[in-house]
Design a protein around this ligand. Structure first.
Ligand SMILES: Cc1cn([C@H]2C[C@H](O)[C@@H](COP(=O)(O)OP(=O)(O)O[C@H]3O[C@@H](C)C(=O)[C@@H](O)[C@H]3O)O2)c(=O)[nH]c1=O
Length: 182
């Protein structure tokens, strides 16, 4: 397993050891002991699986009071995955990080508590899997507008009217008006 710290401190790109043979491939997507030995000591409370079609954009989501750390990956397809630093005391507050996660690179992203998260679907279909360190609590969930000019994410599509969004995500708020915790 290779673990690479990214330019936004706390964000880790994890490349597992993949074993291929004539049947296909295998890798451990989570092993508490192995991750702990690599100083990744997380306790996960929830596993989630979403399926999306090409052009869907989900995000940018975070929870106040019960922030969730997320270990995210793609089981089928490919996405452009984005995390935005919302840690009030961070020198990177408001900055974003993006990476392509796919069923070809098998990479996982660790997004610590205190970040907003979202992704854009590049393939015809995507199965997106993630573990979270805290429970989903809709009353505490908040959504920052995916195209907030103050965050200025360089999404990998040209026509900014094109993504398929939920009503909630269409009504996301601007970072400057967002509730940030802590
Ligand atoms: C996230 C979530 C949703 N739901 C329900 C609520 C709703 O009826 C339905 C779809 O919810 P959403 O539209 O919020 O799903 P979605 O837009 O996929 O939300 C997710 O987006 C990505 C970017 C994240 O980072 C996740 O933490 C999560 O916020 O599923 C749960 O029951 N448990 C959960 O943990």
């Amino acid at each position: 397993m290779k673990i690479e710290e990214q330019e936004l401190s706390g964000i880790l790109l994890i490349t597992p050891n993949v074993f291929g043979d004539q049947r296909g491939s295998f890798f451990e997507s989570w092993n508490q002991k192995a991750f702990k030995e690599a100083n990744l000591d997380f306790t996960f409370l929830q596993d989630n699986h979403s399926r999306s079609q090409k052009g869907v954009l989900r995000g940018l989501h975070y929870q106040i009071q019960q922030p969730q750390g997320k270990l995210v990956r793609v089981a089928y397809g490919s996405i452009f995955d984005v995390a935005v630093d919302l840690r009030r005391s961070s020198s990177n507050f408001g900055k974003w990080f993006g990476v392509v996660l796919s069923d070809e690179n098998n990479q996982m992203l660790w997004i610590p508590p205190g970040f907003a998260h979202g992704f854009y679907v590049l393939s015809e279909r995507v199965d997106f899997l993630y573990k979270t360190t805290n429970f989903y609590e809709p009353s505490l969930e908040r959504c920052i507008l995916w195209n907030d000019p103050d965050v200025d994410i360089n999404w990998p599509f040209k026509d900014l009217s094109s993504p398929i969004l939920s009503v909630k995500d269409k009504n996301g708020i601007h970072l400057k008006n967002a509730e940030i915790y802590p």
